[in-house]
Structure formats: structure tokens, C-alpha cells
Ligand binder design. Structure first.
Ligand code: BGP
Length: 465
């Protein structure tokens, strides 16, 4: 059974839906120069092919969009603040009033429908100037720029926003340094030490932001946000098992620090083995003790590893082995609902903190059809995916795990983070826009819209129908 207070809802990110990339004083962000997501190199200037420049025009249509989410019965809406709307370059002294005013309207609209905003402070959208001038979080000065931004929004939205996430998928900086850490130097030019130094700066920034949020409003609840991927051993060979454990440590590193307040022992082994000396300043350990109130994570898949190199192949997710028990999405993401129950249990066993599923969903190609004089999408595949995952959330609740809520990723279609495509859709609301940028931007309700509305209305009871 889902608790009465369960936060049903969905999630988006500013850079993938707002558009209006240069309006009302907004500065450029890294997303504005990544026309191919992580699949290609960033460009010097924004180019027209970059679908994120217009996104789904949420900037001008937020009222219509939030109204639709309210119609589905949303209790929560996770979005991010585009840092470069508030501090266009990132290192200014004073915030941009027009940017602040925009989010006042967004959060007020949510509140008018009784929707609780969950706000990510940095979701793959570091101001471009900070990336290019400072090499993002490799530079310690980023901590102060980030905190200045946090202070401005914590003060401005005091009482309007109570749930904050410090960095989206903070562990992504290891694989995607530009996306996760605003690091302009190409990935190939970075050592593990460079990346761990940036990690340290982000962790200190996150902990200091947590402290600040609590000082500005004791009602604030701050969460970390990690991409959670369980790694399964390809066989019962202890070597495979161990490999999975080591892989998982590169994710746990972040939650261990953000939830426990200090670096785990295996971090010392990493540093020793790779001969890395981190630059840690006096006082950092004290700051790290400001731990989060809850843990949020994205869950899309499990992956499989083998100690036998011939069984692994290089792909989008690194070196992984095939899992013969799982189907994949069209983009090759393994589908594993039971892995979500496993993840929830593992995180809860490890930390005993409330968990919030900040993202989950399936990217798919949808076909808009005409039905009863209107347009819709018969997305039974999406309904099935979400249903199977939510049934596992319910099982985790029965296991005794404290789950605060569930936010379906891309509840309204938006531009993909990894590929920058529009055709990789997650939504329950269809947005008429194609990969070539054409389309009316009209919104249409998919079959999953009505399905999710019923799930929320019955507090999960209808999942068992
Ligand atoms: C997560 C990101 C999101 C989002 C999602 C789906 O990693 O936090 O921003 O986009 O993945 O990924 P994609 O858009 O690449 O399909």
C-alpha cells in the first residue's frame, strides 16, 4: 500500500523544456552549446540545430503545462532552476531579477494547484561562462559562485519551495564531466585525479548549500540526487561479484559522503592506488558534516559486469556484459523493474533515510494518431513500463522502505539529455515537435495520461487491476 502522503508526480529539467535560451537576461548554459547531448562535442556558439534552445517552450507555456499536470492529479512537480537565468554568467555579484520573477510564477502556479515543487539547483546546466573561464568545478571558486546562487534562490523562494536537490545525478561527473561538473576540458584530457578534485568541490558545495538552506528556512528539506544503477555479476564467480561491488562504490561514494558526512574508507584506496593527492582545505571535513535530509535518485536500468573481458563490450554505459534476462528499450537501455525494488532496499538498508524516486521512465518513439476528433498516442508500452516499476515500489514499501514519492521522468515530452533528440519521448503529454525542430508545439494527452491520473486518484490501487 502506498502511504496517504505519497508524492505522486513527474519531473523535468529547465534546460530540456524551457527554451527561451536568451530571454529576459538569461546567460548561456552548457546545454545551449551541446546540440548532440553527450553524443558529440560542444559548439563554440549556440547552433540552430540545438533543440534545447527552444525546448518545448515551457518558458511561455508553463501555465498550460502545469494545469495539465494538475489535471493528472500531480502532488509534486520536480523541475530545476536554470542557474544562468539567475546569474547569467555565474560570477556576478547580484542576481537577475527577471530570472527570479519567472520562477516565482512557476512555483506560484504549482502552489495554486496544491502541487509541491521539488527543485534541482543544478541540472546539467552550469552557466557557460563558468565552464569556459574556470573549467567548472575543477576550480574551487565554483563553490562560492554556487553558494551565492543558492542563497539568492533560498531567500527568494522561502516558503514557496521546501524540497531542494543540490546536484542532479552528482555521480555523472565521473563519466560526463561537462554535463555533471561544467568541466570544459574534454573528457580525454582529464585524469581520475582531476575528476575527483571536481567531485570534492561539488560535495563541499552541496554540504554548504544544505547548511545554508537549513539556516535560511528550518522548514527546508534538502536531498542529494544520484543516478542509481545496480550492477549484477554475469555469473556467481566471486570475481564477477566483486567487480559489481567495485562499480557500485563509484556511485555510493557520493551518497556515503552526502548522507554520512565523511568519505568512505574505499576512497582512500582509490587515492592510494591512483597516486592522487586531493586538495582539501582546512574546514572542508567540518562542512561535509552537513548531511542531507533525504536521498533522491534516478532509476532507469541495471547493468551487468563480468571479470572475463571477452564477455564485456564497450557501449554507452561503459564496459558491460549482456544480461540475457532483460529486454531493452529502442535506445538500448535494459528494462528491469525488479532492480528498482532492489535499489530501494539497498539504499534504505545502508542509510535509513527517506527515499524519493526523482526520475524513472522509458524513452520511446510515439505515434500521434487521430481518435474521436482529437489527437492522442496509444502508449501501452509506456503504461506497462511504469506499472511494472510502480508495483516494485509498492513491494519495497511492504519491505519496510520509506519511500516519499515517485516522479516520472519527462512527464511532458522534452528534449533528451543524452542525445538531444525530441523523438526520445517519456511523457504522458505529447508535444508536437520533431527532431528537425518543426511542429506546432501543441500538447496532446496520451493514453498514459488517463492511466496515471487513475493511479494517483486511487493512490496506487488501480495498479493491481
Ligand atoms: C537522466 C537525466 C535527465 C534525463 C534522463 C533521461 O540521466 O537526469 O536529465 O534526460 O536521464 O535521459 P535521456 O534524456 O538521455 O533519455
Amino acid at each position: 500500500m502506498f502511504p496517504k502522503s505519497f508524492l505522486w508526480g513527474g519531473a523535468v529539467a529547465a534546460n530540456q523544456c524551457e527554451g527561451a535560451y536568451a530571454e529576459d537576461g538569461k546567460g548561456l548554459s552548457i546545454a545551449d552549446v551541446m546540440p548532440r547531448g553527450v553524443m558529440g562535442s560542444p559548439t563554440e556558439e549556440p547552433v540552430r540545430e540545438n533543440l534545447k534552445l527552444m525546448g518545448i517552450d515551457f518558458y511561455h507555456r508553463y501555465q498550460e503545462d502545469i494545469k495539465l499536470l494538475a489535471e493528472m492529479g500531480f502532488k509534486t512537480f520536480r523541475t530545476s532552476i536554470a542557474w544562468s537565468r539567475i546569474f547569467p554568467k555565474g560570477d556576478e555579484e547580484a542576481p537577475n531579477e527577471a530570472g527570479l520573477a519567472f520562477y516565482d510564477k512557476v512555483f506560484d502556479t504549482c502552489r495554486s494547484y496544491g502541487i509541491e515543487p521539488v527543485v534541482t539547483l543544478s541540472h546539467y546546466e552550469t552557466p557557460l561562462h563558468l565552464a569556459r573561464t574556470y573549467d567548472g568545478f575543477r576550480d574551487r571558486r565554483m563553490i562560492d559562485f554556487y553558494l551565492r546562487y543558492c542563497a539568492a534562490v533560498f531567500q527568494r523562494y522561502r516558503g514557496k519551495v521546501r524540497y531542494w536537490l543540490t546536484f542532479n545525478e552528482i555521480n555523472s561527473v565521473l563519466n560526463h564531466p561537462l554535463l555533471g561538473g561544467g568541466i570544459w576540458t574534454p573528457k580525454e584530457g582529464l585524469t581520475l585525479g582531476d575528476k575527483l578534485q571536481a567531485v570534492h568541490h561539488e560535495l563541499v558545495a552541496s554540504a554548504a548549500a544544505t547548511k545554508l538552506a537549513h539556516e535560511i528556512d528550518p522548514e527546508n528539506k534538502v536531498g542529494c540526487m544520484v543516478a542509481s544503477v545496480p550492477y549484477y555479476p554475469a555469473t556467481p564467480d566471486p570475481e564477477d561479484m566483486l567487480k559489481g561491488m567495485l562499480k557500485e562504490q563509484s556511485g555510493y561514494l557520493f551518497t556515503d559522503v552526502q548522507v554520512r558526512g565523511y568519505y568512505p574508507g574505499y576512497m582512500n584506496r582509490w587515492l592510494r592506488e591512483n597516486k592522487i593527492v586531493l586538495n582539501r582545505e582546512y574546514g572542508d571535513d567540518e562542512i561535509l558534516k552537513n548531511t542531507v535530509d533525504f536521498i533522491s535518485f534516478s532509476y532507469y536500468m541495471s547493468l551487468c559486469v563480468s571479470s572475463d573481458a571477452s564477455k564485456e563490450s564497450a557501449n554507452f554505459f561503459g564496459e558491460t556484459a549482456e544480461n540475457p534476462y532483460l529486454q531493452k528499450t529502442r535506445w538500448g537501455w535494459p528494462i528491469d523493474p525488479k532492480g528498482l525494488r532492489l535499489t530501494l532496499n539497498r539504499l534504505y538498508d545502508r542509510y535509513q533515510k527517506p527515499l524519493f524516486i526523482a526520475e524513472n521512465g522509458m524513452g520511446a518513439v510515439d505515434e500521434l494518431i487521430e481518435k474521436d476528433g482529437s489527437y492522442t498516442v496509444e502508449d501501452d508500452y509506456r503504461i506497462d513500463y511504469l506499472k511494472q516499476h510502480l508495483l516494485q515500489v509498492e513491494k519495497a514499501l511492504e519491505d519496510g522502505v520509506e519511500v516519499m514519492g515517485y516522479a516520472a521522468w519527462g512527464c511532458i515530452d522534452l528534449v533528451s539529455a543524452s542525445t538531444s533528440q525530441m523523438s526520445k519521448r517519456y511523457g504522458m503529454i505529447y508535444v508536437d515537435r520533431s527532431d528537425d525542430g518543426t511542429g506546432t508545439l501543441n500538447r496532446y494527452k496520451k493514453k498514459s495520461f488517463y492511466w496515471y491520473r487513475k493511479v494517483i486518484e486511487t493512490n496506487g490501487e488501480s495498479l493491481r487491476e
